[in-house]
Design a protein around this ligand. Structure first.
Ligand code: PMP
Length: 366
């Protein structure tokens, strides 16, 4: 494309600018314009032995590489509209990493300070990324109860109480977390499947993704089945089935961002039809398998969601004409020192006789 002569007298636009104006949707004012509108990508191989058509909503296409961009932008803009957030204020949050990254990104563009309380379970990569994005980070012990003063919930709460001009996003107990997905993820999936979706399979952490998306989808078609993915060591599945918070369900596990040791108010248990639990080990191998078979480099919980599909498929959950949408929440690059490290996998005891043969493809030439 050439420049028009008129560019040089400074009055008219260049051809390039004119082309940009014509295709205005391709030029973005800043990175936040790219939040949402993520692709739905057909899963062609990994579940091919099961009936049904499988599609992944690949949230790593968000500019912050996870679904949390949606809630960060939505909640912050709601707070601005309501006059709760003013220029120069500080945004505080508890986060396993992804929400923190998204909040830090939005804070940079909008001119806020950002303080994040993260769990010591979060990978070192995630914590370094948050610092790179200008956030102040407090790392809090993972294996303490939610009401322990050292837990990341309590640390964030105290910081907020002590700091004037601060806003605590509180994603686990914020209805806006659900609303963000009701406003974007749900309508996108409905449109992308032309209303033909029959099942939604999504991980549940705060529950915002599954609850908001499900609420929108069930309003369009109440027959759509909503299946949550939970971790062994988390209370969500049992609570869904019995409405009992059972502390005996709680024990440490490795997957970050999935399951909970409390009942988040941002989870609407009524729109979820059932939960499936997956193990750390199966989910880790599945995340690796997604990369190798579908060419999609996604995070640990994407492996968990896909593992749930395998378990559901084994239970004959899906019919020939079903259209199953699986949410892949984030990108694989956040797990280089964990799931995508052979050393880490080995340390967890995940390379057993079944899996280890497929683990190593590197040859060291000496
Ligand atoms: N996967 C990852 C990697 C996450 O960080 C989270 C958020 N905690 C989830 C899944 C679950 O999403 P939600 O909080 O909306 O339930």
């Amino acid at each position: 494309m050439s420049r028009s002569n008129s560019y040089f007298n400074g009055i008219e636009q260049t051809d390039i600018q004119r082309a940009f104006m014509k295709h205005r949707h391709q030029v973005f004012d800043n990175v936040l314009d790219l939040v949402g509108k993520t692709p739905l990508i057909k899963i062609n191989k990994i579940a091919s032995k099961y009936k049904g058509n499988f599609y992944a909503k690949v949230e790593s296409f968000n500019p912050g590489q996870s679904s949390k961009d949606r809630i960060a932008l939505y909640i912050i803009e709601q707070a601005e509209k309501e006059g709760i957030l003013k220029p120069g204020d500080t945004i505080i949050e508890t986060t396993s990493g992804n929400t923190g990254f998204s909040i830090a990104m939005v804070s940079i563009i909008k001119g806020y300070d950002c303080i994040l309380a993260v769990s010591s379970k979060s990978s070192a990569d995630k914590i370094d990324m948050l610092k790179t994005m200008g956030a102040k980070v407090y790392v809090c012990p993972a294996h303490v109860s939610a009401d322990d003063p050292r837990s990341y919930y309590q640390v964030a709460k105290r910081l907020h109480e002590d700091m004037k001009g601060s806003v605590y996003i509180n994603q686990y107990f914020n209805q806006l977390n659900i609303d963000a997905h009701y406003a974007s993820t749900g309508p996108e999936i409905w449109k992308q499947t032309e209303g033909k979706i029959t099942h939604l399979v999504a991980c549940s952490g705060t529950g915002g993704t599954i609850s908001g998306t499900a609420k929108y989808l069930k309003e369009q078609n109440p027959n759509i089945k909503i299946i949550g993915v939970d971790a062994f060591g988390s209370v969500l599945k049992k609570y869904h089935e019995t409405r009992e918070f059972d502390e005996k369900e709680i024990y440490p596990y490795r997957i970050e961002g999935l399951g909970k040791n409390l009942i988040p108010a941002a989870t609407d248990f009524d729109v979820i039809d059932k939960f499936v639990k997956v193990t750390d080990e199966d989910s880790a191998h599945m995340a690796r398998a997604i990369a190798k078979t579908e060419g999609l480099f996604v995070g640990y919980t994407s492996g968990a969601a896909m593992q749930a599909i395998i378990q559901l498929g084994d239970d004959n959950e899906f019919g020939e004409n079903d259209n199953i949408v699986i949410i892949f929440p984030d990108h694989g690059s956040r797990y280089m020192s964990k799931v995508y490290s052979d050393k880490w996998m080995n340390e967890q005891g995940f390379f057993d006789s079944v899996h280890e043969a497929s683990a190593q493809k590197i040859q060291y030439i000496k």
